[in-house]
Design a binder for this molecule. Structure first.
Ligand code: FES
Length: 103
């Protein structure tokens, strides 16, 4: 699958997350400190909640529904109530666009 343009890197502030949908994918795009970007599935693995609406700090997203947390660099769930890790996707920035490689 080719790299997919999501949004302009300038449109994501540091330590925030935004949602992006394409095809059957619902993604959360994160900007950490500086120019580090990451992408994961946007729907929590615990139940149906959008992680992009949660609290994001120090590379960890906290789900808005039951406060489960994930490391957005690895997708690893960080304890209860999370029992399944989050899918992550390769990210790069090209010509100012955050691009995600979908499977
Ligand atoms: Fe995310 Fe429950 S839906 S922690």
């Amino acid at each position: 699958m080719p790299w997919i343009d999501t949004i302009s890197s300038a449109d994501i502030e540091e330590n925030t997350a935004v949602s992006f949908k394409i095809g059957g994918f619902e993604l959360a795009i994160y900007r950490l400190d500086g120019d580090e970007f990451r992408a994961t599935d946007n729907i929590c693995t615990h139940a149906h909640a959008y992680l992009s609406e949660g609290w994001f700090e120090d590379g960890v997203i906290e789900c808005p529904l039951h406060a489960g947390c994930f490391d957005v660099r690895t997708g690893k769930g960080l304890g209860a109530p999370i029992t399944a890790d989050l899918r992550t996707y390769p990210v790069r920035v090209e010509a100012g666009m955050v691009q995600v490689e979908l499977p």
